[in-house]
Design a protein around this ligand. Structure first.
Ligand code: PGA
Ligand code: ZN
Length: 412
């Protein structure tokens, strides 16, 4: 039996230059490192990311209190336990925190320990991380199909585009082919944007997609279609949108503000989605309505009759309570999974298993603030997830996940 010998935690920087937590968990087999991402368009019901709020350091964003929680509270409690007791130790973390939203210890400190523990557990069992996750979650190993973010808007970019993420997908082909085609479309898109909008159009947003000064989704979709067509990939192209509608919903006026002079009522937005789904090869829309507008989700879901993959993110926050509510209200047919929305690996697995029992498609996701940690690649493979999104096919913190998938594909 391999036991937890030591845990060290430190502040490192994420891809936006904000502090986050990295943990080194030492067992008899070695030292296992993991780190925590951070969202910008976070859902109201997500677990709490503990920040110091000390304006003298990192403008209040320091994570020294979360680190102290790891070293002084969590380590004391789990020291000497077997690294393969993932569920048991995750339950201890949940009990130690003892709040609904991990607000005492912070979901960031809990997640860092939970994931480093899984890495140690895999080694103790002499398994690859994805094999170990498959074992503990009772899932079949399968390579997910990546959704590559090529245009950024919303909170992730400095342009006026309301929709947050425009992703391309080539499901059904060999993974390495999907990666190649996405990379080629990304570069072709760069050329097209540069010609049409000038060099300033090819600046990138938080997730590595381009952020041209466009405010119209149709104009954006036209660019993606054109780039794919020029390469002969249009027949294989599927577009995934994460519109992240909570970010452009005006609660007082009950309107979705797509641009300065275009604010839509819920029913008008339903019609708009149906229109773009008719024109473009759109396979999926994530968070099409505000996180409390269950009615909007339901109308779209019922009118599309399963032809559109409607994914819940801010709506469901990887939390079984919210997923159950979404199911009862017929809101979605797909679940986005972000471990830091809930805290522990075991809770994230539980959310996936519940969603599966509803026949939902599963998409594993990064956050807009990332590190080069590639845990989610193994997580997606071990869970047999349908899809993974990790941003553009560019930038170190985004491609670390895709590159890990390429290695797994070769080894399988
Ligand atoms: P976030 O964005 O990490 O900023 O929340 C990702 C998403 O909304 O899916
Ligand atoms: Zn989202």
């Amino acid at each position: 039996m391999s036991k937890i010998k030591d845990i060290k935690a430190r502040e490192i920087l994420d891809s936006r230059g904000n502090p986050t937590i990295e943990v080194s968990l030492e067992s008899e087999d070695g030292i296992f490192i993991d780190s925590v991402p951070s969202g910008a368009s976070t859902g109201e019901r997500e677990a709490l990311e503990l920040r110091d709020n000390d304006e003298n350091r990192y403008f209040g964003k320091g994570v020294l209190n979360a680190i102290s929680n790891i070293q002084n509270i969590i380590f004391k409690e789990i020291k000497g336990r077997s690294v393969t007791s993932q569920k048991e130790i995750d339950d201890v973390l949940i009990m130690l925190d003892n709040t609904d939203n991990k607000s005492r210890l912070g979901a960031n400190s809990i997640m860092a320990v939970s994931l480093a523990l899984a890495r140690a557990g895999a080694r103790a069992e002499k398994k690859e991380l994805f094999e170990y996750i498959s074992l503990i979650s009772n899932s079949e190993i399968r390579l997910p199909s990546p959704c590559f973010n090529v245009i950024n808007g919303g909170r992730h970019a400095g342009n006026k585009l309301a929709f947050q993420e425009f992703m391309i997908n080539f499901e059904g082909l060999k993974l390495s082919e999907q990666v190649r085609m996405a990379s080629e479309v990304y570069h072709k898109l760069k050329e097209i944007i540069s010609l049409k909008y000038g060099k300033e159009g090819i600046n990138v947003g938080d997730e590595g997609g381009f952020a041209p000064m466009i405010n119209d989704a149709k104009e954006t979709l036209d660019l993606i279609v054109l780039a794919s067509k020029k390469l002969g990939y249009l027949n294989d192209l599927k577009i995934f949108l994460d519109v992240a509608a909570s970010e452009f919903y005006n609660k007082d006026e009950h309107k979705y503000v797509l641009s300065k002079d275009n604010a839509l009522e819920r029913e008008e937005l339903v019609r708009y989605y149906k229109e773009i789904c008719d024109i473009y090869p759109i396979k999926s829309i994530e968070d099409p309505f505000d996180q409390n507008d269950f009615e909007g989700f339901k109308i779209l879901n019922q009118e599309m009759l399963g032809d559109l993959l409607i994914i819940g993110d801010d709506l469901t926050v990887t939390n079984i309570k919210s997923i159950k509510e979404a199911y009862e209200k017929d809101s979605i047919n797909g679940l986005l999974v972000k471990i830091n929305q809930v805290g522990t690996l075991s809770e994230a697995i539980e959310a996936v298993n519940l969603a599966r029992s509803y026949n939902y498609k599963i998409m594993v996701s990064h956050r807009s603030g990332e590190t080069v940690d590639d845990f989610i690649a193994d997580f997606a493979v071990g869970l047999g997830a349908d899809y993974i999104k990790s941003g553009a096919p560019a930038r170190g913190e985004r491609v670390s996940k895709y590159n890990r998938l390429l290695k797994i594909e070769q080894d399988l």
